[in-house]
Design a protein around this ligand. Structure first.
Ligand SMILES: Nc1ncnc2c1ncn2[C@@H]1O[C@H](COP(=O)(O)OP(=O)(O)O)[C@@H](O)[C@H]1O
Ligand SMILES: [Mg+2]
Length: 248
């Protein structure tokens, strides 16, 4: 049997006295679409940070396609095919769409942005960028300033930024947050059409969207995984109804 795309063993993340993620173990199979749900503060974003390498785990082991990545730095995980989008919009508003894409490809940090000028004409970047922009419904936007885009288009661009590095494992943290119902449907449609060569984990609050996309659902509550199952199993589970549906 092939290795899981992602295997977490007893992963915990503590901030001071707060146990944001507590002993989470789970496996995601290659090509699977896993949705993570749970009330605010359940530890969903912290868990994604641990997987992407933005944060280091307090304890536990993280394997990606069989390789132990627990102690790798974030860029090394990106190189191995871990991609992500952020809960809070994280694009550079004063740069063009193409410049944002170039920065994502180069992994250049904000503070080093002036290095950009020397790599402006990276071979193939424009083609690669346009291919991705077409895919997510932003054709002919390469030279647009990001600040001229609508909020919905910015969220689409964020998906492009996660896709340009060719992820095998894609982490989407509430990609539809803050969108109108129409924009939400549009972005959700784009996400649904992504190829199964990309294993996907998505944090999503909208239960219809979450359960419509998911092969399987993982429920977090106070840092702990309280259930994993099919969308239907999760929907009818009494404990989930209490901690999740019950709070709305
Ligand atoms: N950088 C941080 N420093 C201290 N506490 C944090 C930090 N990030 C998250 N937390 C705490 O960890 C818990 C889980 O937060 P988070 O992972 O953002 O949850 P979710 O994404 O499910 O809403 C919360 O109690 C939150 O206040
Ligand atoms: Mg969150």
């Amino acid at each position: 049997m092939s290795n899981p795309a992602l295997a977490l063993t007893s992963v915990s993340k503590t901030f001071g006295g707060v146990k944001a993620v507590s002993n989470v173990s789970l496996q995601v199979e290659p090509g699977e679409r896993r949705v993570i749900i749970g009330p605010n503060g359940a530890g969903k974003t912290s868990l994604f940070h641990c997987i992407s390498g933005a944060l280091h785990t307090t304890s536990g082991v993280i394997k990606c396609f069989g390789e132990d990545i627990t102690h790798l730095a974030e860029p090394d995980r990106t190189q191995r095919g871990v991609g992500r989008t952020f809960q809070i919009s994280s694009v550079f508003a004063d740069l063009t769409v193409l410049e944002n894409i170039a920065l994502a490809v180069l992994g250049i940090q904000k503070k080093k942005w002036n290095l950009w000028t020397s790599v402006k004409n990276l071979n193939g970047l424009r083609d690669k960028a346009n291919e991705q922009l077409d895919l997510v419904g932003l054709p002919n936007k390469e030279n647009a300033l990001v600040k001229s885009l609508s909020y919905g288009e910015r969220r689409q661009l964020e998906l492009v930024l996660a896709l340009v590095n060719g992820p095998r494992l894609l982490l989407l943290d509430e990609p539809c947050a803050g969108l109108s119902p129409a924009e939400r449907q549009r972005l959700f449609g784009i996400i649904q059409k992504l190829p199964r060569s990309i294993t996907m984990l998505m944090i999503e609050h909208d239960m219809d969207i979450a359960l419509g996309l998911a092969d399987r659902v993982t429920v977090l509550h106070r840092g702990e995984m309280i259930l994993e199952g099919s969308a239907q199993e999760v929907r009818i589970n009494p404990q989930v109804r209490e901690v999740y549906f019950g709070q709305v």
